[in-house]
Each structure stands twice: as structure tokens, then as C-alpha cells.
Design a protein. Structure first.
Length: 372
């Protein structure tokens, strides 16, 4: 049977996006993306990520039927930051057929190699600052918002194409009854008193732009030494903030100051995937309807970013931030949280989540790499 892999045509972007539904029709835990959000993400004119980066999408077809897809990506800011020649792959979906997967990867590899790259990493959709990683452990439930999900066999296809693990990303489940043990509140009170901590929620009205700029600066400073980290540009961060503002609960996005000095911040969001999993076709109006009618049943927040500035590391302020978000969530009837994702190489954070906060590492996502 005839198998071909080709770059998509300029008018096939929506076909590339919608093809994802072909591969997940039997995956009950899959949360369909909002089609409008996917279009924005891949729009090379509107998404500021493409001001410094490039993408080429490919489709695999057999007798006119789509059997796979992949995107080849060159992140210019990544290579300038890390002095790499790394290309990336993302938006990978495929039938359970190694021949199809191999042909997709060869096409993506050839494209990034033609642009001077000597390595391929992924999946990133389209960067580490977006959805990234392949789920390799923890398939027993839907992903939380902005985390990935995929069929189990994808790992075998990627490894069969010659890729190996570069880094694992962990997700931890925190439950109020185990997290807020007798030890934690005492520790929280002691840290608050020692450093004279004060907490302030984000201002979604008159001070929103100022607070977003503060978060961007703190985020870039707090994460600059992490594996694979690339700073957001101003335009990228504003692009992301405009989207997240639509689902932000200001109680879950807040700053901490130590003796009047900025020390850290937390961004947590209600797990809207619990509503969007019912939006099976990815439509905008139906998605809004599900959010409006099911948001009160959401029982988990995702702690997306929890950052402490370098000069305050080792003080316990990170634990105080976790306790503060737990207290705020409990007041709104939410007793579970997911802390994700955490680099496997971040020993301090992993140790704190398991030993101090009684977190359960319940999902693992993987970034792969291959020399090309």
C-alpha cells in the first residue's frame, strides 16, 4: 500500500490540527484541545514564538488517508541560549506502525538537518514553555490542563525510530489530608514569622500589566539555570498571559515578599480539563458551555509555576508557597493539586515534594533526543 510523507500545504493547517482526532477516538482519557487555541498556537503570523523560530508540519498518508503527523521545529532562542544546534519535533501522532513513524521522523530530521541542526529533541508543542513531554507512566486518568496525553504505544514508536531519554518530567499529586499534616502548618508558621512573609494576589484589573511584567521577570530569573530553559520574550509572555487571564482565579496566582522584598510567586489554575473532556469535538461555543456548566465541580488545581528567586532558595519559602496555595484552594472546596512538571534533575524540588509535602509522584513525561 502506498505510504507517503509530505510537508503540508499553506491551506492545510486546519487539516493537520483536526487529524489528531483520528488517533484518539478510542482514548477515553484524552482531553480534546480547543480548535481555536490550536490554530493560534500554530499561526506563524500571530504567535510571537515564530518571530525567532521556525516550524514545518508534515502529514503521513496511505492511499489518501492520514496515518500520522509531525512538526519539525527550530527554536532559535534555545540554540542561542544553550549554544546548541538542536532541532525539535512536536505534535507527533501516528498509527501503531513503525514504518509510518520512521518515515515521519526521517522527514522531520531531514528538514532540521538542512537548517544546520545536528540533534533532534521532543516532543515539544512547540517549545518547553508550551505543552511538552510524552506520557510514559500514569495512563489511568485524564491529564490536567496544559499537560499532554498520548496512547501508550507512542513510546515504542519513538524509541524504535532511534530516540533515547534526555530528561524525564514528573507530576506530583498533592492531597490536602496528607499534605496539611501536623508538621507542615508548624513549618509554614515558622517560615512566615522568620522571614516576615506577606502574600498578595495578582491584580486582574488596573495592575494586571505591571503584575505580568513582574511575573515574567521573576520566572526568567528563577528558572534560568534549569535544563532546557529558554527565557520568554516580552511578546511571548504577553501572548500567554492574555490566554490564561480568561481562566485565572486571582486567589491562585500570587506573590510572596520576605521583609518587603519580592521573593517568589505561584501560578495555579483550576483543572479546566475536567470540564473540557466533555467537549469532544473541540468547538469554541460548546467548550465555553462546558466550562460554564461544570466549573463548580472541579476538584483539583494545577500548580503550573512555583518560583523562588535564587537569593531566597534553601529558606523554605517554596514550602510556604505550597502551603499557601493549599490553604487558598481549601477555602474554595478544592482539596487536590497537581505540581507539574518538575525536572527529574531538580533534586531539591523532588525531595521537598515527596519528603516534606507527602506528594505522590504519579505521572512521568519524557523528552527524547537523537543525534542526526
Amino acid at each position: 500500500m502506498s505510504l507517503s510523507v509530505r510537508p503540508i500545504k499553506p491551506n492545510e493547517s486546519f487539516r493537520f490540527i483536526k487529524s489528531q482526532w483520528l488517533f484518539y477516538k478510542d482514548e477515553k482519557h484524552w482531553v480534546p484541545p480547543m480548535l481555536m487555541d490550536r490554530k493560534k498556537l500554530l499561526d506563524t503570523k500571530k504567535n510571537p514564538f515564530y518571530h525567532h523560530s521556525q516550524i514545518q508540519c508534515f502529514l503521513a498518508e496511505r492511499n489518501g488517508q492520514i496515518v500520522g503527523r509531525i512538526a519539525a521545529i527550530i527554536n532559535g532562542n534555545h540554540n542561542r541560549t544553550h549554544n546548541d544546534k538542536a532541532g525539535f519535533f512536536g505534535f507527533f501522532d501516528c498509527v501503531n506502525d513503525q514504518e509510518v513513524a520512521n518515515k515521519l521522523f526521517r522527514a522531520a530530521e531531514a528538514w532540521v538537518r538542512e537548517h544546520g541542526m545536528d540533534e533532534m529533541r521532543g516532543p515539544v508543542n512547540p517549545s518547553m514553555n508550551d505543552q511538552c513531554g510524552l506520557l510514559v507512566d500514569g495512563f489511568d486518568g485524564p491529564p490536567v490542563m496544559l499537560m499532554t496525553y498520548n496512547p501508550k504505544y507512542y513510546a515504542a514508536l519513538i524509541e524504535g525510530a532511534g530516540y533515547h531519554k534526555a530528561q524525564d518530567l514528573y507530576a506530583y499529586l498533592l492531597r490536602n489530608e496528607s499534605f496539611a499534616s501536623e508538621k507542615i502548618p508548624r513549618l509554614f508558621d515558622a517560615i512566615v514569622k522568620r522571614y516576615d512573609l506577606t502574600f498578595r494576589s495578582i491584580n486582574l484589573k488596573s495592575g494586571f500589566k505591571t503584575d505580568v511584567a513582574t511575573i515574567k521577570d521573576m520566572y526568567n530569573r528563577a528558572w534560568e539555570d534549569n535544563w532546557g530553559f529558554v527565557k520568554f520574550t516580552d511578546a511571548e509572555f504577553d501572548f500567554l498571559a492574555a490566554d490564561l487571564k480568561q481562566v485565572v482565579n486571582p486567589e491562585f496566582v500570587f506573590f510572596v515578599e520576605a521583609k518587603g522584598r519580592p521573593a517568589g510567586f505561584c501560578i495555579a489554575l483550576p483543572d479546566i480539563n475536567q470540564a473540557l473532556i466533555h467537549n469532544r469535538k473541540g468547538g469554541t461555543l460548546s467548550g465555553i458551555w462546558h466550562l460554564l456548566t461544570k466549573s463548580k465541580k472541579i476538584d483539583l488545581v494545577r500548580i503550573i509555576v512555583l518560583g523562588v528567586l535564587p537569593e531566597f532558595r534553601g529558606t523554605g519559602i517554596d514550602a510556604a508557597l505550597y502551603m499557601e496555595i493549599a490553604n487558598r484552594a481549601k477555602k474554595q472546596g478544592i482539596l487536590k493539586g497537581e505540581a507539574s512538571w518538575i525536572l527529574e534533575s531538580n533534586e531539591m524540588m523532588n525531595k521537598g515534594l515527596t519528603q516534606t509535602m507527602n506528594g505522590e509522584r504519579y505521572r512521568t513525561y519524557r523528552i527524547y533526543s537523537k543525534s542526526i
